[in-house]
Design a protein around this ligand. Sequence first.
Ligand code: NI
Length: 250
Amino acid sequence: MKMIDTHCHLNFPQYNKQRDEVIHQCFAQGIKYLINIGTDLETSIKSIELSNKYENIFCSVGFHPHDAESYDEDGIKSLLHNKKIVAIGEIGLDYYRNLSPRAVQQQVFRKQIRIAKANQLPIIVHCREAEQDTFQILQDENPEKVVFHCFSGDYNFAQEVLNQGWFISFTGIITYDKARSRPVIQDVPLEKFFVETDAPFLTPHPFRGKLNKPYYVRYVIEKIAEIKNISPNKIAEITTANAIKFFHLL
Ligand code: NI
């Protein structure tokens, strides 16, 4: 299988003792490309560094809603000349943990959408228990290309997202949150979704509880293949093609 993990955080300290080893394992285990995701200025810079070290790693830069209060617009803009940046993200709203005030999250989300538009970059959206406001801001700001990372909405919200022309992306959550994700997966058109790990978090079954690694995206692919009754190889091929096109990887 040739797979793309469209969302991982290999720059995080969980990999400090084994980062290069894990990356080599990824390519040995069928990973074609990785997209490493920024969550604030420091992690965005580290994402760029990692992508400059490995030809097949790309990156995104942006401020996660948890970090909205430390938003540094000039800092993010100063990074954008880097050629391996393929998206602004992860950005959005998180009303589950509320680590930054909601009004600040909303403002920072809007500002980063505008940066993405000005630079013709897709956005990677983090949305947790904030579906209505996320939807409203996206409709107001009208970014060019949108993916809902780690999609956790129900069937109806998935349909609303897809009706807007936006994409959804599945993590290992689908291997343990079956009742909610099954109808979403059943109906999502083949050309409208990606797969990801969000490593080091959300390790798929059967490795739940252990450190996640991007090549475990295989288990996300296998679960989708089972639900859609299509071979894992075909799902890998399609999701790889979808990601290459959406993020302009080539
Ligand atoms: Ni993430």
